[in-house]
Design a protein around this ligand. Structure first.
Ligand code: SF4
Length: 117
């Protein structure tokens, strides 16, 4: 189980990304040493530039020792922006929608709990 995330104060880093957070897995984030703008889109970023930037960020994630922890955090929060755990925000929304649909199906298919008596 992940622990609550405590922010650390590093004004050089954008807020809200693993490298900017304190916690049990954040200190191992591969993105801690990468350039600040790789994981979040600047305003009015052209599509081609966004795709290249996201692929570069995903390459950093691919070698990150805490990718699964990061991904689970970003899907379950959910984190609305940026590349986290090797996934874009749009990709995480798909995973979260599937997860919620699966959970709803499980709730509807579960047998009723018998009343104690
Ligand atoms: S998976 Fe990517 S975004 Fe998450 S901590 Fe690792 S490098 Fe950073």
């Amino acid at each position: 189980m992940l622990q609550p995330i405590e922010p650390v104060t590093d004004p050089a880093l954008p807020p809200g990304h693993p490298r900017d957070l304190g916690g049990p897995w954040h200190s191992e984030a591969a993105c801690r040493s990468d350039e600040a703008g790789l994981f979040f889109a600047p305003s009015k970023e052209p599509t081609a530039a966004r795709l290249l930037r996201e692929e570069a960020a995903k390459r950093v994630c691919a070698r990150c020792p805490v990718m699964l922890e990061c991904r689970e955090h970003a899907v379950s929060q959910p984190e609305p922006y940026g590349v986290w755990g090797g996934m874009t925000a749009a990709e995480r929304r798909v995973v979260l929608a599937r997860r919620r649909r699966r959970e709803a199906e499980l709730q509807h298919s579960a047998p009723p709990i018998a009343a104690a008596g």
